[in-house]
Write a protein of this length. Structure first.
Length: 220
C-alpha cells in the first residue's frame, strides 16, 4: 500500500524558551504531526517535558500530537498524557512489565497506540502486538538525545516491519526516528517507512527555513 509520507518534527530540537511559537511555526510550515519526546532521566539519560507542557502546547496547533514516551514505569502516566492532548502515545516494551496491557490501556483512553523498537530490539517483538497497534516506531538511534547518527542496520528492521504490516492487512503507520536528514530520509522511505520524525533536520536554519526543510524531507 502506498501512502503519503508524513513529517513529524521532534520539538526536542526547538527553542525551548519559545516552544509555543515553535509549534505554531512548524504547523504553518506544513508538518503533519508534532513529535513530543518525553524523557525521564531514568529510562533514558535525559530529562525533557511532562504532561503540563503538552497541555500548554495543545492550543498552539490542531495537528496530531505524537507523544513518544521514554519513561519507566510508563503505565501510571498514560492517562495524564491523554488528558493533556496526546493523539498518539508510543511506548517502549522495555518501559513496563506488560506491553500488551499497556497498548490496551492507551486504546481505552481513545488515543492511538504505538510501539517503539529500540535499535537492539528485534521486529519479532511485534508478533503478538501487531493486531492491536496503530503505529510501529523503529528507532534509528538509541533513545535519549537529538542530533545522533542514523544506525544503518535499522533499515533492515524497517523492511521487516513493513512486511509484517502488509501481512497483517491492518492500517498501521511505520515511523522512523533518529538521524533522519536528506540523505537518510529517502532510504528509510524506500525501506517502507511512511512517517519521518526529524528534529535537527527540521529546525536547522531557524523559522524561515522550516517550510523548505519539511518539503525536502518529504521528498518534494
Ligand atoms: O526520540 C528521539 C531521541 O530519543 C528523537 O525523536 C530525536 O529527538 C530525533 O532527533 P534527530 O535525530 O532528528 O535530531
Ligand atoms: Co522521538
Amino acid at each position: 500500500m502506498t501512502r503519503p509520507i508524513l513529517i513529524s518534527p521532534s520539538i526536542l530540537s526547538a527553542d525551548f524558551a519559545r516552544l509555543g511559537e515553535e509549534v505554531r511555526a512548524i504547523d504553518e510550515a506544513g508538518c503533519d504531526w508534532i513529535h513530543i519526546d518525553v524523557m525521564d532521566g531514568h529510562f533514558v539519560p535525559n530529562i525533557t517535558i511532562g504532561p503540563a507542557v503538552v497541555k500548554a502546547l495543545r492550543p498552539h496547533s490542531q495537528k496530531p500530537f505524537d507523544v513518544h514516551l521514554m519513561i519507566s514505569p510508563v503505565d501510571q502516566y498514560l492517562d495524564a498524557f491523554a488528558q493533556a492532548g496526546a493523539d498518539i502515545i508510543t511506548v517502549h516494551p522495555e518501559a513496563g512489565p506488560h506491553i500488551h496491557r499497556t497498548v490496551q490501556h492507551i486504546k481505552s483512553l481513545g488515543v492511538k497506540a504505538g510501539v517503539v523498537l529500540n535499535p537492539g530490539t528485534p521486529a519479532k517483538m511485534l508478533d503478538y502486538l501487531i493486531d492491536d497497534v496503530d503505529l510501529i516506531l523503529v528507532m534509528s538511534v538509541n533513545p535519549g538525545f537529538g542530533g545522533q547518527s542514523f544506525i544503518e542496520n535499522q533499515l533492515r528492521k524497517i523492511e521487516a516491519c513493513a512486511k509484517m504490516i502488509e501481512k497483517s492487512g491492518r492500517d498501521i503507520r511505520l515511523q522512523v526516528d533518529g538521524g533522519i536528514d536528506l540523505n537518510t530520509a529517502p532510504r528509510a522511505i524506500a525501506a517502507g517507512a511512511d512517517v519521518l520524525v526529524a528534529g535537527t533536520a527540521t529546525f536547522r536554519g531557524g523559522p524561515s527555513a522550516y517550510a523548505d526543510n519539511i518539503r525536502q524531507l518529504r521528498g518534494g
